[in-house]
Design a protein around this ligand. Structure first.
Ligand SMILES: *Cc1c(COP(=O)(O)O)cnc(C)c1O
Length: 460
């Protein structure tokens, strides 16, 4: 370990900024990000907030996001040529790392035959069969182009299937940005939802009831109150969008039995967890069967692809077989499907998940030790190769716990790590993802950067 302590030897090369004095936007930024700063200014003039998805703008941490030029394995390279070890991995999809040769080759080969046909192809069947094999609860599956579409369509189907309107979701659960899912709790622990974004009709949000994650009693009391009205419970079986929060023992089993009791559809949103915490996602890991499963992220290997699938009896209610309408010009896109097939082939290799998890565990243990020796309070939640280090001294079991972590400390940590070439998600409430391309050496570099930062972070 002796060669790891000195920053600058194994740590990615840093280029101190000599020519531009620290502007407000650059505060705390030691790298040269002149080109990113220029690009961000230019983007602002043509793209709302300069980005095509909000969290990329660094709103929660301040400063200017690096504009990315390319990725390779565990590395990102920005427009100024800075190299980072990446733990965002495109927010989860890149379980094989950036620009994996098998995936890129599959994309190239498919693209040469045409980018889209709007007609059925064999690849779609192959991918559907692979999904069914990984998820035994999925008897039929429909491909869409994003996780948002998958969750939105799964809910429409659940409502069409049950003839009921209300759904239950969990505080801090994210299921994409469709209207009925952009809802937070009103006052009280379990109540009719109120829109959490302008533009979402109150009437629509009223059909979404939110309860705290891991709180089975709250679920039971809601289902009692609205008996006969609940179409579905939608849940991230391991929460990933409030930071990583594992399901408490008995929680997922409890949801399964509540749904069975009241005739509601249990929807597992495995957009992150599917092919992440096991090939068969949370359902394989915890041994629970969902009625409908939502997939995305890893499924497309970095291309826009999502899916929802489940029991044939339910899935056959989708148009054209049944009356519940759902469609897509680019659904089952041949290039995205090819990337998905190549990715699922690679993760099917024997020992893939064991190797991935052991690296994640190594990172977890070393980070916890580094924080402890600097007397920084962190709680690391990890499930498989997804994890979050909350700046909190207490356990994090739901959104309220997560929200009470120290976000000011997180900001300092985030920027100090970024300046050392470690690219983490720019929000305290996101997961870090390991990929097969992260090696022990990358983890050691990361931990040695973390050790420095924990040492400094309290006094920054
Ligand atoms: C990312 C995510 C979505 C939305 O997927 P998009 O492809 O961004 O639309 C839905 N559910 C969960 C659990 C997610 O993490």
């Amino acid at each position: 370990m002796k060669m790891l302590g000195r920053r600058g030897i194994l740590a990615p090369r840093l280029q101190p900024d000599k020519n531009v004095g620290p502007t407000e936007a650059q505060k705390g930024c030691k790298m040269n990000r002149k080109k990113s700063i220029k690009l961000f200014d230019r983007a602002m003039a043509s793209i709302p907030g300069g980005v095509n998805s909000p969290v990329r703008a660094f709103g929660a941490v301040g400063g200017v996001p690096p504009f990315i030029a390319r990725g390779e394995g565990p590395y990102l390279f920005d427009a100024d040529g800075n190299r980072y070890i990446d733990y965002v991995m495109s927010w989860g999809p890149l379980i094989l790392g950036h620009a994996h040769p098998d995936v890129i080759e599959a994309i190239e080969r498919a693209a040469r035959k045409g980018a889209s046909f709007g007609a059925p192809t064999e690849g779609e069947i192959v991918l559907a069969e692979m999904v069914k094999e990984a998820f035994p609860s999925v008897e039929k599956v429909r491909l869409v182009s994003s996780g948002t579409e998958a969750a939105m369509s799964a809910l429409r189907l659940a409502r069409g299937h049950t003839g009921r309107d209300k759904i239950i979701k969990f505080d801090g659960g994210y299921h994409g940005h469709s209207d009925g899912l952009l809802v937070k709790a009103g006052s009280g622990a379990a109540t009719f939802g109120v829109p959490s974004s302008p533009g979402v009709p109150t009437d629509y949000a009223r059909n979404t009831i939110t309860v705290p994650y891991n709180d089975l009693d709250a679920v039971r009391s809601v289902t009692k109150k609205y008996s006969g009205e609940i179409a579905a419970i939608i849940v991230e079986p391991v929460a990933g969008n409030m930071g990583v929060v594992a399901p408490a023992s008995g929680f997922l089993e409890g949801l399964r039995s509540v749904c069975d009791d009241i005739g509601a559809v249990l929807i597992f949103d495995e957009v992150i967890t599917g092919f992440r915490i096991a090939k068969g996602g949370a359902q394989e890991k915890y041994g629970i069967r969902a009625d409908i499963t939502c997939l995305g992220k890893i499924l497309g290997g970095g291309m826009p692809l999502g899916a929802y699938g489940g029991r044939a009896e339910i899935m056959d209610k989708i148009s054209p077989q049944g009356p519940v309408y759902q469609a897509g010009t680019l659904s089952g896109n041949p290039v995205a499907v090819a990337a998905g097939i190549a990715t699922l082939k690679a993760i099917s290799k024997r020992g893939f998940y064991k190797a991935l998890e052991s690296k994640a565990q190594k990172l977890e243990v070393a980070l916890a030790a580094a924080a402890k020796s600097s007397r920084v309070n962190i709680t690391i939640n990890r499930v498989g190769s997804m994890m979050t280090a909350f700046f909190s001294g207490s356990p994090v079991r739901n959104y309220a716990d997560a929200a009470s972590s120290d976000t000011a400390l997180f900001k300092k940590w985030f920027h100090a790590m970024l300046d050392r070439g470690i690219y983490l998600a720019p929000s305290a409430f996101e997961a870090a993802f390991l990929s097969a391309s992260h090696e022990d050496s990358h983890i050691e570099i990361t931990v040695s950067a973390a050790r420095e930062v924990f040492g400094e972070v309290k006094s920054l």
